[in-house]
Ligand binder design. Structure first.
Ligand code: SAM
Length: 229
């Protein structure tokens, strides 16, 4: 059951790749009007500032890099960036957007990924909420192994709010670990979506030896910086 759900999630993101950025840039079904959109972008800025505080010159690993919204932001911080995603379409859009020899891409399923080295900074944007509970600890354990001692882990993800998603998405998940998501053409997929609290993230990272500062923006995002002790 869980493996079928994960395959459906992969297929959804593969097909959604060309329209993925509409969510982040509040376009089409994600345009919730000037006031909500402005609030969204103001909160993105808060997260971006927290990321920028991590400084420059890092060897970065970006997990589930997608179409490059965050890869692009990481260019200023990274000496090198290793960017992993399962979706070949997303990676091709990422390359087109980012256009940098600093970035090395790997097309890979993160549930089969094994860390083979340590990085100064590992970044996970809008992915942990798509990791099923059954696989969460095992995945986070591998993430922890990929951060060097004294290195940092940066996480940003969704807080629950009705106006965060598309106008035609049913956001009530009734205790299920998945929600139904639509593409612009109306095709519907089950996608895992779990809204984690900052306390939960901090507790999990603490068990893995991270000192964590986890925060929320007013409405839309949680974000956390963990330093590996
Ligand atoms: N980090 C990007 C961002 O914030 O714009 C993308 C986030 S998007 C919500 C989730 C990403 O996870 C998609 O790019 C999708 O292709 C990728 N993904 C889905 N299942 C995956 C898997 N099993 N292994 C690796 N990546 C996966």
């Amino acid at each position: 059951m869980i493996n079928e759900l994960l395959q459906e999630q992969i297929e959804y993101y593969q097909q959604r790749a060309p329209e993925y950025d509409e969510w982040f840039y509040r376009i089409g079904r994600y345009d919730r009007g000037a006031k909500h959109n402005q609030r969204w972008f103001d909160e993105v800025k808060v997260v971006q500032e927290a990321l920028n505080e991590l400084g420059t010159g890092h060897e970065i690993l970006e997990l589930a890099c997608g179409t490059g919204i965050w890869t692009q932001k990481l260019l200023a911080l990274g000496k090198t960036i290793t960017a992993i995603d399962v979706s070949a379409k997303s990676i091709s859009l990422n390359k087109r957007k980012v256009k940098s020899p600093k970035v090395k891409y790997q097309t890979q399923d993160l549930f089969e990924w094994e860390p083979d080295r340590e990085y100064d900074l590992v970044v996970i944007a809008f992915w942990l909420s798509h990791v099923p509970p059954q696989k969460f600890d095992e995945f986070l354990d591998k993430v922890a192994k990929s951060v060097r001692s004294g290195g940092r882990l940066f996480i940003v993800d969704s807080r629950f709010h009705a106006t965060a998603t598309a106008k035609n998405h049913d956001y009530k998940n009734n205790d299920k670990i998945y929600q139904l998501r639509k593409l612009n053409n109306g095709d519907t997929f089950k996608v895992i979506k779990i809204y984690h609290s900052t306390e939960y993230i901090a507790r999990k990272l603490s068990k893995l030896g991270f000192q964590t500062n986890a925060n929320m923006t007013d409405r839309y995002f949680i974000y956390a910086v963990g330093e590996k002790l």
